[in-house]
Design a protein around this ligand. Structure first.
Ligand SMILES: [Cu+2]
Length: 457
């Protein structure tokens, strides 16, 4: 009978909801039931990252590891989450790429409460959409290069689709990060972080375990750039990447490329055919960055020798190649356009600049109203000297135009890099009422006002 075939799933979901909402009501006289453990338990506590025996960074981490634990969830299957803060600073966990209510999305600017030192919070979240997501802190760092995103407080989240395509043999998760360093004034007078060490999954090249592969394997690599501020370029010597998803969303036109470019907070999922037995380096394409540690050894079974790197001659990447082919219809006439111009303004002393959207900086900035159900196009123009990875919370957008490109279709993302002097246009449907943060994902830029909050009318 149909009832029986669904009962297991139903019971599990029902249990998750009941245990989180009405645990107290379940206790019976004379029988004390222990509180049901949450599906996901996250503890934030002090931790030391050992990038190499000579490079230690005192920071905080999720569950005593950097990156934090890999979480796997089923699309739309409710999860109970418990987060304990064992640090001396308030914390908040942002679920990046998910469509959650503002109260648990994980941004104070949207109204998510901070978790004070020594306390904990619990809630139920319904994970969607399916794809490669992540979770990370969303606090202020200022000039402290051990805080917030500088401290590497992040983890991978894979939301499994209901029907798994499975065109690969196994998955590998790779997180790129930058550590240490100091702020340095450039020729333009801006203060930028300059890092001492770069890592993949918390280790410098040569100090982590090699990734063991078998000849003939198809490996799905999920790459996350969790860098607080830096764009990274990644190649695997001897191999190419078949890019199948950007920011966890399948692309209309998978492409085979020789390298990946990831702006802060971006993800690329790519299939690598392991068909060149040997010992290879997967690493940052730019030599001076790879020299600070960003790389990992890929080792075929029974292969030996010094890891091989081949230096690409130029940096190549563009979003457009992954969009749908053919003539794209122009944007529907009922789409409302919101123009956003980015620039910066010096405060006048101490070389402190404020980042601005339409001449305003958070929190002294207008909060545009969205009408539920309506389609919007954000027309972004970057008049500053930096590139900016722009992130929209709680919604997925479609990249419709980058710089002078034709109209694009089917490229669903949650971060888009808007180049210095360039433009980007993205569209989304206002389908998730609540305060919605829109900001540059570079920690130093968001700390200096590069944020705005949309609200629903
Ligand atoms: Cu920025």
């Amino acid at each position: 009978m149909a009832v029986h075939s669904h009962s297991a799933t139903w019971t599990r979901r029902r249990f998750a909801q009941v245990s989180s909402l009405t645990a107290g009501a379940l206790s019976l006289p004379g029988l004390s039931l222990p509180a049901a453990p949450a599906d996901i338990a996250i503890e934030i506590a002090p931790y030391t990252v050992e990038a190499s025996p000579k490079h230690h960074f005192r920071t905080v981490a999720y569950n005593g590891q950097v990156p934090g634990p890999l979480l796997r969830m089923r699309e739309r299957q409710a999860q109970t989450v418990e987060i304990r803060n064992r640090t001396s600073d308030p914390e908040v966990v942002h679920w990046h790429g998910l469509h959650l209510p503002s109260e648990i999305d994980g941004a104070v600017e949207e109204g998510t409460p901070l978790i004070s030192p020594g306390s904990s919070t619990s809630y139920t979240l319904v994970p969607e959409p399916a794809g490669f997501r992540w979770f990370h802190t969303h606090t202020f760092a200022g000039k402290n290069l051990t805080r917030a995103q500088y401290g590497g407080l992040h983890g991978f989240l894979l939301i499994e689709p209901r029907d798994h395509p499975g065109r690969y043999d196994r998955e590998i998760f790779l997180g790129l990060h930058d550590w240490g360093g100091h702020f340095m004034g450039g020729d333009d007078g801006y203060m930028n972080p300059v890092y001492d060490v770069t890592t993949i999954n918390g280790k410098m090249l040569g100090y982590g375990d090699p990734i063991q592969v078998q000849s003939g394997e198809r490996v799905l690599m999920h790459v996350l750039n969790s860098s607080p501020t830096e764009v990274h370029w990644i190649a695997l010597a001897g191999h190419s990447f078949r890019v199948v998803a950007l920011d966890g969303n399948e692309v209309p036109q998978p492409q085979t490329v020789s390298m990946l470019r990831l702006a802060p907070a971006e993800r690329v999922s790519a299939i690598v055919e392991m068909n060149q037995p040997g010992v290879w380096i997967l690493g940052e394409v730019r030599k001076h960055v790879q020299a600070t540690g960003m790389g990992v050894v890929i080792e075929y079974a029974n292969a030996t020798g010094t890891p091989v790197w081949t230096q690409p001659e130029e940096l190549v990447w563009n979003y457009s190649q992954f969009a749908a082919a053919g003539h794209a219809p122009s944007t529907p006439p009922e789409t409302a356009s919101i123009e956003l111009v980015f620039d910066s303004k010096f405060q006048g002393h101490g070389n402190e600049e404020l980042w601005r959207i339409n001449g305003q900086s958070y929190p002294q900035i207008e909060s545009p109203a969205l009408e539920a159900g309506r389609r919007y196009r954000l027309v972004m123009k970057n008049e500053s000297l930096d590139d900016h990875p722009m992130h929209l919370h709680r919604h997925t957008f479609e990249v419709r135009r980058v710089d002078g490109s034709p109209e694009l279709r089917g490229l669903r993302k949650d971060v888009v890099l808007v180049r210095s002097g360039g433009t980007a246009e993205v569209e989304f449907v206002a389908d998730n009422p609540g305060k919605t943060l829109f900001h540059c994902h570079q920690q130093d830029h968001m700390d200096r006002g590069f944020m705005m909050v949309f609200h629903y009318a």
